[in-house]
Ligand binder design. Structure first.
Ligand code: PRP
Length: 220
């Protein structure tokens, strides 16, 4: 049997994924050692390999088949636009992609003015403003702390992730429009999907069952 390789998004998404897999009896003891400098972890018994990567690199590893399976936020999947199959909504990492800014910017949006939009997600922003709203804007690609942009006058609005909303609140900004809901997704390499169909399908089914049980528990 060949190894199935997982690319996980470093940080909270990886921890949550490992928690879920552990419930299915898929463990990786090696990975829990915080002092380890190892980059790839193996479960010999189940013939699985795991590695951690930066979010935007996860779809790249999966498209090229360096990983069979990836776990990454939907924001990153849409923004990267790689050829991968999105197979499952894992239900965690829930947040929203939003247009945010000062309350005063609402008027500019409504009047379809030529405003500047700062974002880490130029493709998502372009798709939203150009194709959905048919509004011409200037998109400025940034790399982090996007909320700064309207505060210092770089842009009128931002397109960014809102989770609890506390970053916005603490900086006097508000959600002006919602672009789309987000959460962690499982993606699969199209060739792996065909070659390792049984193993991957079983994994997806088991995860789906686990998610359903979780939902039923929440409903009670
Ligand atoms: C994300 C996002 C917001 C914040 C939203 O930033 O870009 O800044 O989290 O979360 P909240 O609604 O719970 O406050 P992240 O911490 O990933 O870092 P970044 O600023 O470098 O993008």
């Amino acid at each position: 049997m060949r190894y199935l390789t997982f690319a996980l998004t470093k940080g909270r998404l990886a921890s949550k994924t490992l928690e879920m897999l552990e419930k299915l009896g898929i463990t990786c003891e090696e990975m829990k050692d915080k002092n380890s400098r190892k980059l790839i972890f193996v479960n010999e018994e189940l013939k699985l390999k795991f590695f951690l990567a930066k979010g935007p690199d996860v779809p790249t590893y999966v498209e090229y088949g360096a990983a069979d399976i990836g776990v990454v936020g939907r924001d990153t999947i849409v923004e990267e636009g790689r050829k991968v199959h999105e197979v499952l909504d894992l239900g965690f990492g829930k947040c929203r992609m939003c247009v945010c800014g000062h309350e005063t910017a609402r008027e500019l949006l409504n009047r379809h003015e030529l405003i500047r939009v700062a974002t880490k997600y130029p493709k998502i922003a372009k798709e939203y403003f150009y194709n959905k709203k048919h509004q011409t804007v200037e998109i400025i690609k940034m790399h982090g702390s996007i909320e700064l942009a309207p505060i210092v006058g770089l842009s009128e609005v931002i397109v960014d992730i809102v989770e609890t909303g506390s970053t916005l609140r603490e900086n006097g900004l508000v959600v002006l429009e919602e672009v789309c809901p987000l959460s962690a997704r499982m993606i699969v390499n199209p060739v792996s999907m065909r070659m390792e169909n049984e193993r991957i399908k079983e994994l997806i089914q088991n995860l789906r069952k686990l998610l359903q049980e979780g939902n039923e528990k929440d409903a009670h």
